[in-house]
Write a new protein. Sequence first.
Length: 135
Amino acid sequence: MLSEIIFRRFAAVGALMLALSALASAEAIRGTLVPPADGEKLQLALAGGGTVDLELLDEGLELTMRDPQLAKRLWELRGEHQDGGRFAVEKIFTVKDGELHRVTYYCEICHITTHEPGLCMCCQGDTDLRELLGE
């Protein structure tokens, strides 16, 4: 019984350390979106020059990055470089005055925050874009 408890604790600590190392190994790139045509994959024009194809790991990330209200933003994307010159995006931020902002959408009527553009899941009214300082 005691050995099982010890094993579970070591397993939990190991899983936590693995998760933390994965976060620490995430890379960050900055740039602006290349205006995409409908159905085309997103590309980021890197601040240092060149472009990279984006592989968004979540549909909500893609919807947010395709939001016309954010078309000219400077982005910081976190994730990992993949084979074939792609960048697998795990987290997105806009950059304003050199500081990172989280992108959210808020319904004033229902007081609901979501992370992708579209109608409120409750009242079906419009949501407002909000860029919140911090990670």
